[in-house]
Design a protein around this ligand. Structure first.
Ligand code: ATP
Ligand code: MG
Length: 570
């Protein structure tokens, strides 16, 4: 028979004060509720409460993966360097890869992800189209020597991930698996109680053709997003929104005095115009060493990630380089520049014919500058960050801004690993072709942090039932009372034997201490047993998330709470 957990036996050392190293609510609350402890920078121990939640998240992930026909397995964490040499990533992955050597000085890494290992596994034994498609996954600890481990479980150097890999014979078959995965990923977020948006993601260095990241919405998220009521959502690093560009004043080129600090906002204030009608100029040296002036709408920023796609490893010009290029900081512009400076402009400006730009002379701008007439644009590029207020490319409505935590990502890999590592299969005609792959990751430990980030208030965590460490806390206010304790214990026993996960606060503490801890740990339902209520045959039921309290008779409380919990389980 299942029994309840006594608080006096629970290893969950709570903290009264906020730990000062914790900036994020999730980090602070997971520490304070006695769920995690730091062992080293970016390396955490999961205490019993955290482990219970993690097991539930894993359970939901397994259920969804198995539901689409993926098969669970377990690959080794320790990975021989040779495999990473084959794919080329031993060098490309950089210092994030945790490298070690054994007693024979053979090199290994602690797997940060397992494309190499899984490709090696299947390359000799997944040989025929008859065995395809095949999707394998595992739930395992991963290692990445992050430059800035922070925010507790959000960005660790050791963390738990579900990683899955699909092997398909054709692009259509991959698309099918990929679509199934997207469905499963959306359901994982929903079942864990996460409000998340699927956003088109950067396929960046990994190559491949399509990728979606699932972003849990949270002010503390590292990613900047734009989204629309119509369902469109994008990462500002990737998404090309339609920017509402405004023409500058005048149609003819005219130099005007602009005695102000050299920013678009200051310039717009001075001239009494909208900052949208200005153009921002940035002077960079691109990845190939070429001096380049980049123009974007004055109310936007250049996005580093987008800019790297266009310019490679670029950097800002030094004062000497600016001088050499004939550019004056704060008053830079494309008019009259030498042929050695390339002019690149954001694609959003392509149809604009009157630009307000710096005159390369302190205190002066040109108005009415027209591309093609007064200066040339060498290339139109997509480098401006999408932002709130831009226009939805799908329906034309203004976009909302939000921040998000990347909890998971799906990726169409194609043949990058199968080609470099020689993983081929025989197709129907007996021809050898490289396997077509997809990869799919969910941050299990990051999901836990994201859930807490979305579900908390000033008193503590407000767990969704599906991933709560326990479902119910029973709070007898006076455990020595000969009515209170027996009533509380009998309800605890009945709920536990009905399969509800129950903690009983059996400590000899003041009611205030018990209430505070109950709110801090934040199990979804609290049942409070006070002397007066019990003697009149009742107890109080509190919903942690809504704060709503109701009196329930002792006869009904078990069936009521059981019903609430069972209907809220994922
Ligand atoms: P990020 O951009 O946040 O560094 P990533 O895109 O490099 O993450 P993936 O390789 O896509 O991460 O890994 C799959 C999932 O693993 C991520 O969506 C995230 O939930 C989780 N994850 C990645 N890095 C970490 C980390 N350092 N700590 C905790 N979880 C992580
Ligand atoms: Mg990712």
């Amino acid at each position: 028979m299942k029994s309840y957990q006594r608080m006096t036996r629970l290893y969950a050392p709570t903290l009264k004060e906020d730990p000062n190293e914790a900036e994020l609510a999730s980090h602070r609350l997971l520490l304070r509720a006695g769920m995690i402890r730091k062992t080293a920078s970016g390396v955490y121990s999961y205490l019993p409460l955290a482990w219970r939640s993690l097991m539930k998240i894993e359970g939901i992930v397994r259920d969804e993966m198995d539901g689409i026909g993926a098969q669970e397995m377990l690959l080794p964490i320790l990975t021989p360097a040779e495999l990473w040499h084959e794919s080329g990533r031993w060098d490309d992955y950089g210092p994030e890869l945790m490298r070690i050597s054994d007693r024979h000085e053979r090199e290994f890494c602690l797997g940060p992800t397992h494309e190499e290992t899984v490709t090696d596994l299947v390359r000799n034994e997944l040989r025929s189209y008859k065995q395809l498609p095949c999707t394998l996954y595992q739930i395992q600890t991963k290692f990445r020597d992050e430059m800035r481990p922070r925010f507790g479980l959000m960005r660790g150097r050791e963390f738990i991930m579900k990683d899955g890999y699909s092997f398909n014979e054709s692009a259509e078959s991959l698309q099918h698996t990929y679509d199934d995965m997207r469905g499963a990923y959306a359901r994982v977020c929903e079942r864990c109680g996460l409000k998340a948006l699927p956003v088109a993601a950067d396929t960046g260095q990994i190559g491949g053709s399509a990728s979606v990241e699932y972003m849990a919405l949270a002010d503390a998220g590292e990613a900047e997003l734009v989204w629309c009521d119509c369902g469109f959502a994008a990462d500002t690093e990737v998404g090309t929104a339609v920017i509402d560009v405004m023409e500058g004043p005048g149609a003819e080129l005219e130099k005007i005095a602009t005695p102000c600090e050299g920013s678009c906002v200051a310039l717009a204030d001075l001239l009494g115009i909208d900052v949208k009608a200005t153009r921002k100029s940035l002077a960079i040296i691109d990845g190939e060493g070429r001096p380049t002036l980049v123009l974007i709408p004055g109310d936007h920023e250049m996005n580093e990630c987008k800019a790297e796609h266009v310019f490679g490893q670029y950097r800002a010009m030094t004062p000497e380089e600016l001088e050499k290029a004939g550019l004056v900081a704060g008053f830079m512009g494309p008019v009259g520049l030498g042929a050695d400076v390339r002019v690149m402009a954001d694609i959003s400006l392509k149809d604009s014919t009157s630009w307000l730009v710096g005159a390369n002379e302190a205190g002066y701008h040109y108005k009415g500058a027209r591309p093609g007439r007064d200066f040339d644009v060498d290339e139109w590029v997509d480098v401006a960050s999408a932002q709130e207020g831009d226009v939805c490319p799908e329906c034309g409505k203004p976009l909302h801004g939000a921040r998000g935590i990347e909890v998971s990502q799906v990726f169409q890999l194609g043949t990058k690993y199968s080609e470099s590592m020689g993983a081929t299969f025989a197709d129907e005609n007996g021809d050898e072709r490289p396997l077509i792959m997809g990869c799919y990751g969910i941050g299990i430990s990051r999901t836990l942090a994201a859930v807490v980030e979305q579900h908390n208030d000033e008193h503590g965590i407000c767990w969704p039932v599906a991933v709560a460490p326990f479902e119910v806390e029973i709070v007898p206010l006076d455990i020595d009372d000969d009515l209170v304790w027996p009533a509380a214990e009998s309800v605890a026993d009945a709920l536990a034997s009905a399969g509800v996960e129950v903690v009983v606060d059996d400590r000899k503490e003041r009611p205030g201490v018990k209430f505070n801890d109950a709110d801090l740990m934040g199990f979804p339902y609290q049942i409070v047993f006070g002397k007066r209520a019990v003697s009149s045959g009742a107890c109080e039921l509190k919903d942690r998330t809504t704060g709503e309290r109701i009196d329930v008779s002792l006869d009904e409380v078990v069936s009521k709470v059981r019903g609430l919990v069972e209907s809220a389980r994922a």
